[in-house]
Design a protein around this ligand. Structure first.
Ligand code: PHE
Length: 467
């Protein structure tokens, strides 16, 4: 594209946009349930250590690469290596991965929108019925909601970096914080809420097994939007004077604080709904939690706070999750959009339209994966089970490739781009970073143990999922 590269207008705008990407469905529902089931306080401490000791350095590496190259991930890997063909593969992975994650994330966001609509129109009884979810995801109305969600994403991204992404984040993120705090206050004042808080926070170290450790790290990595090219792309929209280590730290803090606070909403709500909740039976997935478990709680609220009260609480909840999902969706879709603009000189509009059409196509395949069309429902099989198209996209791109991309960026900054360039890039805009213990730690971790850990997770996942 001709002209100067687009930029975020302020440091706060950049941090809110990156935090908007990081704060998503994973924080609001996945994290609290994971923490409650896997050792409470013990899980929280471990998760926090992973965020700051392992994920934060990777986030700094991604942002530094983006800012140095001033390009989308594909262009960045090429620009910093004089067009190395080998590193192009890493570049391609960092734009195909976000595109495919956007595909399934779009489908989930569409479901959330459907439930938001149901809550706002007072349909709690319907939402709480056991068959509703299965029927809903297989009904043609999905495509109407998909058009609405895509329309919103289009409007935001068409505005560009400053007038679109940044403005949306400045509006949606504060609204999200306020809704979260309101819901937490409401939930904590319900009977028996403290049992949930207790359950969430009291550490149980006996629950910490190897697979819990692995799960916590993967959750932290996904939650910070790493391995998806997002932080490379957003990093390409900040200038030399921006403080990357400081900003990355704030993004990680915000993301973790929201996840932690969400636990103070979800678990007390569950325990006050049913004081005899057996934590082992808490829903396995965030999806089950959002679309079947919580609607029952909202319906039950009608007896204590009335029809309108319960609808307001339910609507606030779904709006909260919807806002979190939209800012994440925007960030992940911006990656391939930026790539087409940078690599093919497309205008923003053309890039959005071309990729939007592809996104719709793939999202339809996903949406038709739940019984609608046998070809997509029984797409393939591995590890002795039949897998739908949706499941394959999820397994391959979310579960498998993310840690691989994280591994590649670490190896890249340290051994190809080289440590001194990486350090210099981070020192720009952050003079205190030079010679600090953080710099020393980042150097040791990114060159040695973080890539080893991420490669280990990648190999372990491949062995676990496909064989
Ligand atoms: N960090 C997001 C979450 O916690 C994950 C995500 C980011 C998903 C961007 C898609 C796009 O849900």
């Amino acid at each position: 594209m001709s002209g100067a590269r687009e930029q975020f207008g302020s440091r706060l705008g950049f941090i809110l946009a990156a935090a908007g990407s990081a704060v998503g469905i994973g924080n609001l529902v996945g994290f609290p349930v994971g923490a409650a089931k896997n050792g409470g306080g013990a899980f929280l401490v471990m998760y926090a250590i992973f965020v700051f000791a392992i994920c934060l350095p990777v986030m700094m590496a991604e942002m530094a690469v983006g800012r140095k190259a001033k390009k989308d991930p594909l262009g960045a890997y090429s620009a910093l290596t004089d067009n190395s063909a080998k590193w192009k593969i890493a570049g391609w992975l960092s734009i195909i991965t976000p595109f495919m994650i956007a595909v399934f994330y779009l489908v989930i966001t569409v479901w959330i929108f459907g439930y938001l609509y149901g809550a706002v129109t007072g349909d709690l009884a319907l939402l709480a019925e056991p068959d509703t979810f299965g029927t809903f995801i297989n009904s043609p109305i999905i495509f109407v909601y998909m058009a609405v969600v895509l329309g919103i994403v289009y409007l935001i991204l068409q505005g560009g970096v400053k007038e679109g992404i940044e403005k949306a984040a400045k509006l949606l993120m504060p609204a999200l914080f306020v809704m979260l705090v309101l819901l937490v206050i409401f939930v904590l004042t319900q009977d028996n809420a403290m049992a949930g808080v207790y359950f969430y926070l009291v550490p149980d170290f006996s629950k910490i097994t190897a697979s819990v450790v692995n799960g916590a790290l993967s959750q932290a990595f996904f939650s910070l939007s790493l391995g998806m090219g997002i932080m490379i792309t957003y990093g390409s929209y900040i200038d030399r004077s921006a403080d990357i280590p400081g900003s990355a730290k704030l993004v990680a803090l915000t993301d973790t604080a929201v996840a932690f606070t969400a636990g103070l909403m979800i678990l007390p709500a569950i325990f006050s709904f049913n004081p005899n909740t057996n934590p082992a039976e808490l829903s396995e997935s965030s999806i089950g939690m959002i679309f079947s478990f919580l609607p029952q709680i909202f319906l039950a609220l009608q007896t204590s706070i009335g029809f309108v009260g319960a609808s307001v609480v339910a609507s606030l909840f779904f709006l909260l999750v919807f806002f979190a999902a939209i800012t994440s969706l925007v960030s992940i879709f911006e990656v391939p959009v930026a790539a087409l603009m940078d690599e093919k000189d497309y205008s923003r509009r053309k890039s959005l339209v071309v990729l939007g059409a592809l996104l719709v196509l793939f999202a339809m395949f996903c949406a038709l994966s739940f019984g609608f069309v046998p070809f997509f429902t029984e797409f393939t099989s591995y590890a002795g089970a039949t897998k739908s198209f949706f499941q394959v996209v999820y397994d391959v791109f979310y579960d498998t490739i993310l840690p691989l991309n994280g591994f590649l960026i670490c190896i890249f900054v340290m051994y190809r781009w080289k440590r001194h360039n990486f350090n210099e890039a981070l020192e720009e805009g952050s003079p205190d970073y030079k010679g600090s213990w953080v710099e020393k730690y980042v150097n040791i971790s990114v060159s040695v143990f973080i890539p080893i850990i991420l490669l280990g997770i990648f190999i372990n996942t491949v062995a676990l999922i496909y064989f």
